[in-house]
Design a protein around this ligand. Sequence first.
Ligand code: ATP
Ligand code: MG
Length: 154
Amino acid sequence: REQDSREFLEAMIAPFEMELHDTAIVLNVERPFPSRPIQVDRDRMAQVFENIIENAKKYAGNSAEVTISTRDEADCIRIVIRDNGIGISEEDTPYLFERFYRGEKSRSRAFGGAGLGLAICKRIVEEHGGHIGVQSKPGSGAEFFLTLPVVKVD
Ligand code: ATP
Ligand code: MG
């Protein structure tokens, strides 16, 4: 469905602002959001936000700080979700979006999970014509980005 990216982003983030309000986890949301026409399935995209924010909470623990920012680019909007958790080692990053892949730290520690969350995110984002990726240094958190193409108006 075609919609405004600002309305879409508010709808995606509202449940987490409510859920995390008055918890130990700090959620920073950098507004204003870009306002561009995008074509998205909200239910599918909600799963992407859910999986990424669940990971941020899981891998950043009780003192988690999660920051959501956005960038208006020529052909797309970019959404960046950053946390201050254990981060991801360079050896792991190329495989993170593969099914059943779990980072070395996650395997050796007592984190539950199947290693499916990010594979699902990748599939959904790519079905929307976007990209997903990660940047991280072990110990200084992880930063996930996703892009969504802007509908061309001519
Ligand atoms: P599932 O999501 O299926 O419950 P999972 O969280 O292990 O299990 P993914 O969400 O696909 O699986 O993540 C894959 C791996 O990427 C994780 O096992 C973890 O090693 C690493 N990872 C993902 N998000 C983060 C993050 N925010 N900080 C640190 N490591 C992360
Ligand atoms: Mg996960």
